[in-house]
Ligand binder design. Structure first.
Ligand code: G4P
Length: 536
């Protein structure tokens, strides 16, 4: 069944959608900025929810708190709000310090990204990793330099470091103004306006009121003094001459990043940023599929699952698949093709997520994310389509870097263990490996993780959601490559030098190498087999 909406309404809904994620290194202020964006989006009651999530995040080493944190972070993992006629979807990414696949998959569902930097630290390791994912996908990136309420790195130096480090060009939209090391405001180069900083003693828990001046106004000279005004003029001239001019196409190709300065904590520079970001950021655009590009204004519904979460709220023991709508209109209860199985499925109980509340929704448009109640049919990467058997291929998978054998503390719980691991695998929270391609009730499997934290999460969830207590025995090898080619060659290479051959949940073989050197050696010499970084 295809639900059709008048083409003009569809086009109008697409044009006003902005779907983005914030990428940053922990502590740059993502939680704070999110909170402030929601405040401006009129969702004031959410601010507290985000804050309690921060409190939970600070307790990441206390695994008894994990459940609580999941409950909060998941229900707020897609935040939708309206601002100035735009329908904004802010996709949140987990706050853990550890490398997480979840974050990368979320970026696939976003149409643009906001790179948040601490003005004293510039580009940090996690920012760089996430930036690379965006760059590979040519996602438009907007930069917000945070914490300007206190003096940071010289702004020009910070920008040139960003350009050199990340290989992206910067175009400054708002520029910070300091007088004697005290933050005075930001100058908006597009609008030729100075936003005067009003140090807000409530730490920005309310919308700041802003005074606007121009470079020429006499108040500006009084505010800045001759010296700071001269420096500002000089900076602006430099930006004009040495900076990159604004070029919308380059922004949309992900080659030029518009840069804003501000302070999320004191709520300063957030509103000009939001306003201009929404104007400049792209609406949903055509997505590549195995059947050619899918245009968001195509009336036939398409979407893909980028995240699955089970048992996420003790009050609702269920499983929810997060679907990014790519084209057409979604209406509650509609039936669509589930491409992997070739069956029609009914999309029931769709939800949008607002803090701890789940709101049932009746309709959704391209760019939106809907939560579908799922009984175990959907998997990450699955396409839902009324436009034929197409797939959206670019959900990234990552090779695990840590392996461990799961050892049951109570051996009669094997069935529950298998059920739990199956669930975690389908959610993309674990990767399970066997030592033989046909191992079903043989020795317990191995699990692979991209970051060490993932192991703790798995053990905790197995115990609390499936009643299975386990311990892990770490396996030495940490350099996996999936392999294709003649079986005899795979066996030969995989049994040399203490290597291990493993099989993933689909039975595809991979070789676990003893060290990076051994892996490179094999990759160069063993031409009879092909090595793959992720499952082929
Ligand atoms: P994260 O989600 O990116 O990890 O960062 P989060 O928002 O939790 O912020 C990390 C720290 O940086 C917090 O301080 C927060 O208050 C502070 N911060 C965020 N934005 C700004 C800003 O614009 N200016 C300044 N000066 N600080 C900012 P904390 O001491 O770790 O936590 P809290 O006690 O303030 O909650």
């Amino acid at each position: 069944m295809t639900s059709t909406a008048p083409a003009t309404e569809l086009a109008a809904q697409v044009a006003r959608r902005r779907t983005f994620a914030i990428i940053s290194h922990p502590d740059a202020g993502k939680t704070t900025l999110t909170e402030k964006l929601l405040l401006y989006g009129g969702a004031i009651h959410l601010a507290g929810a985000v804050k309690s999530r921060r409190a939970a995040r600070h307790a990441t080493s206390d695994w008894m708190k994990l459940e609580q944190e999941r409950g909060i972070s998941v229900t707020s993992s897609v935040m939708q709000f309206e601002y100035a006629g735009f329908a904004v979807n802010l996709l949140d990414t987990p706050g853990h310090e550890d490398f997480s696949e979840d974050t990368f998959r979320t970026l696939v569902a976003a149409d643009s990204a906001v790179m948040l930097l601490d003005n004293r630290k510039g580009v940090e390791e996690r920012t760089r990793q996430l930036f690379e994912v965006c760059k590979r996908r040519r996602t438009p990136i907007f930069t917000f330099v945070n914490k300007c309420d206190r003096v940071g790195e010289d702004s020009l130096k910070l920008l040139s470091d960003v350009e050199a480090d990340l290989g992206i060009q910067c175009h400054v939209v708002t520029w910070p103004i300091f007088r004697n090391d005290a933050f005075v405001g930001v100058y908006d180069r597009r609008l030729d306006q100075i936003h005067v900083f009003d140090r807000d003693t409530e730490h920005g828990a309310r919308r700041g009121h802003e005074t606007l001046l121009t470079l020429q106004s006499p108040e500006t000279r009084t505010l800045l003094g001759d010296e700071s005004l001269e420096r500002l003029r000089h900076d602006l001239e430099l930006l004009e001459i040495a900076g990159h001019p604004f070029d919308r196409d380059a922004v949309l190709r992900g080659e030029l990043s518009p840069v804003f300065f501000g302070s999320a904590l004191t709520n300063f520079g957030v509103e000009p940023f939001l306003r201009e970001f929404l104007e400049l950021a792209p609406p949903p655009v055509a997505r590549e599929s195995t059947d050619g590009p899918v245009n968001p204004t195509d009336e036939r519904f398409t979407g893909f699952v980028f995240k699955i979460q089970a048992n996420m709220d003790p009050r609702h023991r269920d499983r929810i698949a997060f679907v990014r709508v790519c084209s057409g209109k979604f209406t509650a209860g509609m039936e669509v093709g589930h491409v992997r199985t070739g069956k029609q499925i009914r999309l029931n109980a769709p939800q949008q997520f607002l803090a701890r509340e789940r709101t049932a929704i009746e309709e959704a448009w391209p760019g939106d994310v809907i939560g579908i109640l799922d009984r175990g049919n959907l998997r990450i990467g699955d396409a839902l389509s009324d436009a034929g058997a197409l797939e959206f291929p670019d959900i990234p998978r990552f090779a695990p870097e840590h392996f461990a054998r799961v050892v049951l503390i109570d051996p009669i719980k094997r069935k529950q263990l298998d059920a739990g691991l199956r669930q975690l695998t389908e959610e993309g929270a674990a990767q399970v490996f066997f030592t033989s391609p046909t191992e079903v009730s043989g020795p317990t499997p191995l699990i692979g993780a991209v970051g060490m934290l993932q192991f703790d999460v798995m053990l905790h969830r197995l115990e609390h959601e499936y009643g299975v207590r386990c311990r892990l025995e770490k396996v030495a090898g940490r350099y996996p490559r999936w392999v294709t080619g003649p079986k005899a060659d795979i066996e030969r290479v995989g049994r040399e030098r203490g290597r291990t051959i493993l099989y993933d949940a689909n039975g595809a073989p991979l070789i676990l190498f003893e060290d990076a050197w051994g892996m490179r050696w094999a990759l160069e010499r063993e031409t009879a087999i092909t090595f793959h970084e992720a499952a082929p």
